[in-house]
Design a protein around this ligand. Structure first.
Ligand SMILES: Cc1ncc(C[n+]2csc(CCOP(=O)(O)OP(=O)(O)O)c2C)c(N)n1
Length: 580
């Protein structure tokens, strides 16, 4: 066996250490009744862990044969199978890329699902892949409420917070388009190195910010801490020191090698989050096995003894010991389960390699603006409601107005017509925005539909994405065009790609308003007089609207919201400041 083939060594370790009764000891010894679980539950979790491991092993073999592509695995992270058991499938899950065990275990909540085949089709980039149709190796499922995630780390955190915040807001506003179950919470998992990313910090901060103002953010941030970000060490206490006392976010630590500890701490987190509707940071310590991804040679940057120590702490070895010690299964049956799972996975993967691929570029592109939801825009509001809303301003509607006022009137009408629209951004509420475009909207529609955001563009756009995945049509505002760039990835990498990666099964329609273009001599040329629309031309699938007069602006804004509502589209609406 070559020292470099760690997959083979790990596979062999499981069999020999098990046969020779050399399984590693568990750090904290608790039994089934202490974690309030049963033998069938433990066996199910263990089986999901084993199936996921064999998927990693098989994917590597197929990669060598050129039949499988990017192979980032879940080995070492098998503890996340427990989350697939504890959290009902109605809790939307925005997942880390090492979540195959979670996916397998969650699938068991719905009869007739075929998680291994579905993921195999994605691994081999077959057009039969039910989630992305062979466009990317992603983990996702409409049925299981798992939106697929891109390979950008941390970029899914802001939308997870938005989605969590939207759940109780939808209940308060009685939004009939709501997609998430009212009592549900949101799960959002990621790696330990990812917490350093500005996008992640933006999301934690927003969750804290809302909680500190009494808002509800029922989210469990799950940090799967394997101690490394590719080759860079995270530091033993970095995560705990950073998260054990964040305002408004409760910290719970759990041992990713010990499924009983995971079960009891997940239950604790679940209960607290579901009842209190406030964020939890669930810190799962674990190991990473077989390097970062298929092409990574870990021994290039780690000592052999460190790699071996991690391999001896393989979560499967720990789980096998728990299963045997608690008399869930005898040793022989554990071994049998391991080998039968291998056969099952190998068979399914071999079949998946025979399935078709996307061949032509137009096939690949066909899902860029796909949308599985069909909705008909609600009727225009009745005159009596419009009169009531506009009050004494109603008589001024027929008089000529500048663009800011006309957009303000249009937004009022739109909010009256579409009950699921929301406006948020920096200073949009009481102040009415820098150019008064949103003036009085909070008075007309209340603080639940028109509210200020923290000063953070990443969060504003990400927030919007989360709300729109839950049936809202958000109309967020970025204060100036130049400051869109701070948060560009949320539009380019996340919002614009969701229908593409999910064949329109998930959409995030929204209308992003941004004042921009040249208007004022001598004032922050690069930042307040920005004509840079090219950034949007680079993003497939979005609609860019730039009106040149107030009357067009009104019609275009109405069309934008209708496109978002009926066709799931994403519209960037640029308001020329000089005309506001
Ligand atoms: C924004 C961004 N920068 C860089 C990368 C490249 N990259 C992919 S995974 C990764 C390390 C992530 O480490 P961690 O969050 O600890 O997760 P792990 O892979 O260890 O599970 C990096 C740097 C990326 N995908 N996204």
């Amino acid at each position: 066996m070559s020292t470099f083939n760690r997959a083979e060594i790990i596979d062999n370790n499981f069999i020999t250490l098990l046969k020779n009764d050399k399984l590693p000891k568990i750090n904290k010894n608790i039994n089934l009744s202490q974690s309030n679980t049963t033998s069938p539950e433990i066996i199910s979790i263990f089986e999901s862990q084993v199936l996921s491991r064999h998927m990693d092993l098989k994917a590597r073999l197929l990669k060598d044969e050129g039949k499988c592509y990017y192979t980032i695995g879940s080995s070492g992270h098998e503890g996340n199978a427990v989350f697939g058991k504890i959290f009902p499938y109605t809790d939307t899950a925005f997942l880390h890329y090492r979540s195959a065990p979670f996916f397998i275990e969650r699938s068991k909540q719905i009869n007739g699902t075929t998680p291994i085949y579905d993921m195999a089709l994605s691994f081999v980039a077959s057009s039969d892949d039910p989630i992305s149709g062979g466009r990317h190796k992603v983990i996702g499922s409409k049925l299981l409420n798992i939106p697929p995630q891109t390979s950008t780390i941390a970029s899914h955190l802001p939308k997870s917070v938005g989605m969590a915040f939207s759940i109780d807001r939808a209940k308060d506003l009685n939004i009939s388009d709501q997609r998430a179950k009212s009592s549900s919470i949101v799960l959002c998992s990621f790696g330990d190195a990812s917490v350093n990313h500005g996008t992640a910090l933006s999301a934690f901060n927003t969750a804290s910010w809302i909680t500190s103002r009494g808002g509800h953010v029922p989210i469990i941030f799950i940090c799967e801490d394997n101690g490394l970000g590719i080759s860079v060490k995270t530091g033993d206490n970095w995560i705990e020191d950073n998260f054990k006392s964040r305002p408004g976010i409760n910290y719970i630590k759990t041992d990713g090698l010990n499924i009983l500890d995971l079960i009891s701490n997940s239950k604790k987190a679940e209960k607290a989050c579901r009842i209190n509707r406030s964020p939890i940071f669930l810190h799962m310590k674990t190991v990473r096995l077989m390097g970062h991804a298929g092409s990574d040679i870990e021994l290039g940057y780690r000592e052999l003894q460190d790699v071996e120590a991690n391999e001896f702490n393989d979560p499967l070895l720990h789980s096998a010991r728990i299963v045997i010690e608690n008399k869930c299964l005898p040793k022989e049956d554990v071994l049998k389960l391991y080998e039968l799972s291998r056969d099952r996975v190998n068979h399914v993967f071999n079949e998946s390699t025979k399935r078709p691929k996307l061949v032509k570029s137009n096939e690949v592109m066909s899902s860029i603006t796909a949308n599985d939801y069909s909705s008909k825009a609600p009727k225009h509001p009745l005159l009596k409601f419009r009169k009531k809303m506009f009050g004494k301003e109603y008589n001024r509607l027929t008089q000529p107005q500048h663009m800011a006022k006309l957009i303000n009137y249009a937004l009022s009408d739109i909010m009256l017509q579409y009950k699921n629209t929301l406006i948020f951004g920096e200073d949009v509420a009481e102040k009415g925005g820098v150019y008064n475009v949103t003036a009085d909207l909070q008075k007309r529609f209340g603080p639940r539909r028109v509210f200020d955001s923290p000063l953070d563009e990443t969060s504003i756009i990400g927030f919007g994405a989360g709300f729109s995945q839950n049936g809202f049509i958000p109309i967020p505002e970025i204060q100036f065009l130049a400051y869109f760039h701070n948060a560009e990835d949320q539009l380019r990498g996340e919002i614009a790609t969701l229908p593409f990666f999910s064949k329109g099964q998930f959409t995030n329609p929204l209308v992003l308003r941004i004042p921009g273009l040249g208007y004022q001599k001598g004032f922050g040329g690069h930042y307040h007089n920005d004509n840079s629309l090219t950034v949007f031309r680079d993003i497939p699938g979005i609609i860019l609207a730039v009106p040149s007069n107030g009357y067009d602006a009104v019609k275009m804004l109405r069309t934008a919201v209708r496109e978002a509502y009926e066709n799931g589209r994403v519209i960037i609406f640029i308001e020329p400041i000089a005309l506001l």
